[in-house]
Design a protein around this ligand. Structure first.
Ligand SMILES: Nc1ncnc2c1ncn2[C@@H]1O[C@H](COP(=O)(O)OP(=O)(O)OP(=O)(O)O)[C@@H](O)[C@H]1O
Length: 304
């Protein structure tokens, strides 16, 4: 469980409010997406959660422990992947990094070895386990950072852009792990990513931050439903569209976008198509994806 109360961070003499009175409650076992455009305050928030930055005001509790006042207990609650793979030692090998961090978290050597083998094999790094991380590609370093964050199965995992630079296969592995950790171990996962398809697939709930302030905090499904375009439908038909209908034909499939003021008007469109002898393949209400919703929220907030 992560509890954030009125968290605020001001930087320097310019008094930039990088994070402004942010409150979030993230229950155990949930995967929480923390989104925002560049410079919105995501990394600053995660650094305060990880005890790397002291809040100007407000509170963070990890698993019930206050990050400032009960620092060591709070630090034992989480594993983190922070920007630029800064949670790994570049002069050590992948294996040595995992051993070091596993032992630091209090695991026995045999426990660390077993877990390290699983993680490195899963990420396709087993063959390179004895090579220094400093000589790895960015994607490989990111994989070591992820393995390090997960080595001790912490109750909370903080992931800042975890799939950045990963290839398709590794992205799949990491996404599956995240879902499995939350589902099977009840791990609380906070995730930031600009890859909104990853967030949409994984996160139960999403918060959007802009210029340090929250502009949304909702279950993903509700967030998407709230932005459903009630007046837009997509009709697919066999063959070409009759004259007078606006349609696009690509690879033998004709698609028409129809905007109506009242859903009942869809019947009229279908009737007119039938009168032309057109065969319908499908009729669907257009569903926005998280990218549409995110852009709408961020633009709304900038015009407010
Ligand atoms: N060390 C610092 N000193 C002064 N200002 C800072 C510092 N770090 C961040 N900022 C400012 O705080 C704001 C939030 O930055 P932050 O890095 O938290 O954003 P972000 O949401 O993680 O962005 P991105 O998606 O680009 O990584 C920005 O205006 C940034 O310029």
């Amino acid at each position: 469980m992560i509890e954030i109360e009125a968290l605020t961070k001001m930087y320097g003499s310019a008094q930039v409010r990088a994070v402004d009175e942010v409150s979030l409650h993230i229950p155990a076992g949930s995967v929480f997406g923390f989104l925002g455009p560049n410079g919105a305050g995501k990394t600053t928030t995660i650094k305060m959660l990880a005890g790397l930055l002291t809040p100007t005001s407000g509170q963070v509790r990890l698993g019930g422990f206050d990050v400032v006042r009960q620092r060591s207990a709070a630090m034992a609650q989480f594993g983190a992947v922070l920007e630029g793979s800064r949670n790994v030692y570049w002069s050590l090998s992948a294996w040595q990094n995992l051993m070091y961090f596993g032992r630091l978290k209090g695991l026995r050597k045999a426990q660390v070895s077993e877990r390290a083998e699983d993680l490195l094999s899963g990420l396709g790094l087993w063959e390179r386990r004895d090579d220094k991380v400093g000589g790895f590609s960015r994607g490989m370093q990111q994989k070591v950072a992820i393995a390090t964050a997960l080595i001790a199965d912490p109750p909370i995992v903080l992931l800042d852009e975890p799939t950045l630079g990963l290839d398709v296969e590794a992205t799949r592995v990491v996404k599956d792990w995240i879902a499995e950790l939350a589902r099977e171990l009840g791990t609380t996962i906070l995730l930031t990513s600009h890859q909104l398809d990853v967030v949409q697939e994984l996160c139960d709930r999403v918060a959007v931050i802009r210029r340090g302030r929250l502009v949304a905090d909702l279950p993903t499904r509700e967030l998407l439903a709230g932005f459903r375009e009630r007046d837009k439908y997509e009709i697919r038909i066999e063959g070409a569209a009759p004259a007078g209908f606006d349609a696009v034909t690509r690879e033998g499939v004709t698609t028409m976008s129809v905007r109506v003021n009242d859903p009942r008007e869809v019947y009229d469109v279908v009737e007119r198509l039938r009168a032309h002898g057109v065969v319908l393949e499908s009729l669907t209400q257009v569903q926005p994806d998280l990218e549409d919703v995110f852009l709408a929220l961020v633009n709304e907030a900038s015009h407010a």
